[in-house]
Ligand binder design. Structure first.
Ligand code: RNT
Ligand code: ZN
Length: 414
């Protein structure tokens, strides 16, 4: 018996149908963030990254053009199993050398992304970019007290929702548009209320524009603090938890946006009591919101378990959000994305009936014993089979493929 058939039998004895688990995971899309490929630079040549986020490292081979970025994404798509979506930020507009400011963007600047998505059978997700722009340099965008600046960013938000609706229409696939604005104070503000009122007003103005939810759904992302905005973030967790629930839009939970010992896996079930759907930004903060490459750690597995155990396959939208320029970017992208699928598959292979029974009968001794033993089930054999069936490299073979690509493509980018 080969190792997959053997694993299948071991899982079957525990009441788990391996084929069913693989099919289930195959239908949960993971949205790949385009910004891992170019260190969140985008195509505006706007200068350096701000907004309180930072990419560190200077590994050679960063994508410098739309073509290079899309080639790199195609490479990543060939290395990651499962169903993929692509998440694009507004700074990835292609303006053909013309200056098109963020409030004037239309779908015309994103036609290549639509074509690319079509060619690669991807759904598209979108993000307005409220950073890396002269009108964001004060650190305040949608909550800015200068009415003309606030309006500019409201217009940007509306423009992005319209572009997203065009994505949804063109691809016949609902786009999720995520709103994250870095607005916050480096030092203790006197008034924490007024900027929050302005942020609420701005968002209400943006979401007042009616868009068919078949084409686009919106999400809002909170944050604890950013670099240079350590004392008060306008769009805090409480702000957006209330906002999303009362406006019936999605709440986005980013794994790096809470106190270091807080985990988003514990928030999903609460959020979904008050919101129909949530968006995840799966990331990994190391001591702060450092956006390290996602590893297969306890929290990633716990996030996947929440999705699988409560049948949130359609209610939780999984997006990745990390950026590492200190190692090969294609590898970084693929390692994190493969890990996300690993975690989902692991969760789908969990002998859930046995665990539920132990818990429901109050036998917490058995629950702990089973949970710990299940960690040693032959998951790897199923994972390898999952990769093989979707025609992506099995095991460490993807690394060889990345190395070849580095030699033949990335090393020529000088
Ligand atoms: C920043 C947020 C936000 C960004 C991306 C680029 O802390 O996590 O989601 O990372 O929009
Ligand atoms: Zn995020």
């Amino acid at each position: 018996m080969n190792s997959f058939d053997n694993a299948k039998k071991i899982y079957a004895d525990l009441g788990v149908d391996v084929e069913q688990a693989m099919n289930r995971v195959n239908n949960i899309p993971v949205s790949l963030h385009c910004w891992q490929g170019d260190d969140v630079r985008g195509f505006e040549n706007a200068g350096s990254l701000d907004g309180g986020i930072a990419v560190t490292g200077n590994y050679p081979g960063v994508a410098r053009t739309p073509g290079e970025l899309r080639n790199d994404i195609e490479k990543v798509l060939s290395l990651v199993p499962g169903k993929k979506r692509l998440n694009v930020h507004a700074i990835y507009a292609e303006t053909n050398g013309k200056k098109v400011d963020r409030n004037e963007l239309t779908v015309d600047q994103f036609r290549n992304w639509i074509d690319f998505a079509k060619a690669n059978n991807l759904g598209l997700d979108f993000n307005p970019t409220f950073f890396a722009h002269p009108k964001a340099s004060s650190g305040f965008t949608l909550s800015n007290q200068d009415e003309s600046i606030r309006k500019f960013w409201v217009e940007h938000g509306i423009a992005c929702r319209k572009i997203a609706a065009e994505f949804g229409k063109a691809l016949n696939n609902t786009c999720i548009t995520n709103f994250w604005a870095p607005d916050g104070f480096k030092d203790t503000p006197f008034d924490r209320l007024a900027p929050r009122q302005r942020l609420m007003q701005s968002l209400d103005e943006i979401f007042a524009v009616k868009i068919d939810p078949a084409y686009n759904k919106d999400a809002v992302e909170s944050k604890l603090f950013g670099i240079g905005a350590e004392s008060c973030t306008v769009g805090s967790h409480e702000f957006y938890m209330g906002y999303a629930a009362t406006r019936n839009i999605l709440l986005c939970l980013d794994a790096g946006h809470f106190h270091p010992t807080e985990v988003i896996s514990d928030k999903i079930s609460s959020a979904l009591l008050y919101n129909d759907e949530v968006l995840l930004h799966v990331s990994r903060g190391v001591r702060w919101d450092s956006d390290h490459v996602v590893t297969l750690n306890d929290e990633l597995i716990a996030i996947a378990q929440e999705i699988i155990r409560h049948n949130y396959d359609k209610k939780v939208h999984v997006g990745l959000d990390y950026f590492d320029a200190s190692i090969n970017r294609i590898a970084a992208w693929s390692i994190g994305a493969r890990n996300m699928f690993k975690a989902l598959l692991m969760a789908a292979l969990e002998p859930s009936d046995m665990l539920a029974k132990a818990e429901q009968s109050g036998n917490f001794t058995a629950r702990l014993a089973l949970m710990e033993e299940f960690k040693a089930l032959p998951f790897a054999a199923v994972w390898d089979e999952f990769c093989a069936r979707t025609n992506v490299p099995v095991g460490t073979d993807f690394l060889k493929s990345v190395e070849d690509y580095e030699k033949s493509v990335l090393s020529n980018r000088k």
